[in-house]
Write a protein that binds this ligand. Sequence first.
Ligand code: SAM
Length: 374
Amino acid sequence: RVKTKWAATSPKLSATDLALQNHDVMYNMQLGELWPSVRVGLLTEQKYGALVNNFSCDDTVMYLQSLGCQDFIASSLHMEGSKAADSVIPPYSESLQFDQPIEGTYTDLTRASISPNVKCFVFPKGDISRFKPARPDSCGYLSYYLMDAASVLPVLALNVQKGQSVLDLCAAPGGKTLALLQTQAIRFLWANDWSGSRMSRLQRTLKSCLPSELCSEDNLCITSLDGRKWQEVGENGTFDKVLVDVPCTTDRHSLVEEDNNIFSRSRTKEKQSLPLCQTQLLLSALQAVRVGGEVMYSTCTLSQLQNQCVVEQAMSLAKEELGISAEVVDLQPFTALFQDTFYFAPDMNVGVMVLPHLTANFGPIYFCKLRRLS
Ligand code: SAM
């Protein structure tokens, strides 16, 4: 009898192969009949959005329209307005919360709460054209920034109001930080990321898009700290809004990129400790936000373990160990506005998720908003 020599004879799987194996097992269970179509989307080239840089001197909107693109934010808001019989589109209000129990339909309130300053252009559904990389305009600023259009949603749903202070706890390389700054509503932004090299990228991005006066010490603080130890900074209970866009298994990236892949065998321990790290980061965010303020937790994975389970675990630990209670904010009225652009996962109990789809190949992006109650 010949003894099989496993270690020597079995082919060595690459990190991307291991990622696909993991996704097939986990997401087949989690998504059931939706998985085959999400899988095809994940394995196919991702679709980008062009976040307009309001500080550019060029007429970027006209240029992007000439390509046949649409601002998915503006068009979603107008479309809903004409569809809803009871709607008179109220102007953007800098003091509205879209889940406030005041008069008007939820759709009206949601639409009114969305910043008109954030513009993100996408090619129409099914159109797989690509944007050219942005070049500096006549003033030296980039006219747009390319990112997954679904990544703009957590920023929009955070609903930053005029004069608020915002902490972006895991900010690099800076796509969402830039989107936050495009609202032109923030009084003070603290952008932090543990990785110094990624933070340098964020600084380069901000420099290439924003006037220097916007990046003064009074408006912007940039640090490279371990977000899990935020309480040591001494800025607890102070921020109006906190975005915590945590490290995760980056499901799309891990299927195509060998370099630095979280599924490589050398990173097994790190991968296994992700849910703990994510929970600690969300706990930090809940400590950093003021009572009545809001935290947006987001990832780019489909994994329930890194999404809903982390949110539930952090909420329970926050209550038991820190005496902080929080509630999940209903984002259904928000996602209803964007369902013509994105494919949202059905039947989510906690948070919302954009699923990749061949006709709208954005995401995956999971986001969940928490309001601190005590
Ligand atoms: N928000 C970013 C954007 O939109 O460009 C992407 C953030 S990325 C998903 C997650 C980030 O978390 C990485 O840049 C990583 O360096 C950072 N990170 C990982 N562990 C961290 C920690 N303990 N504290 C702070 N940042 C951390």
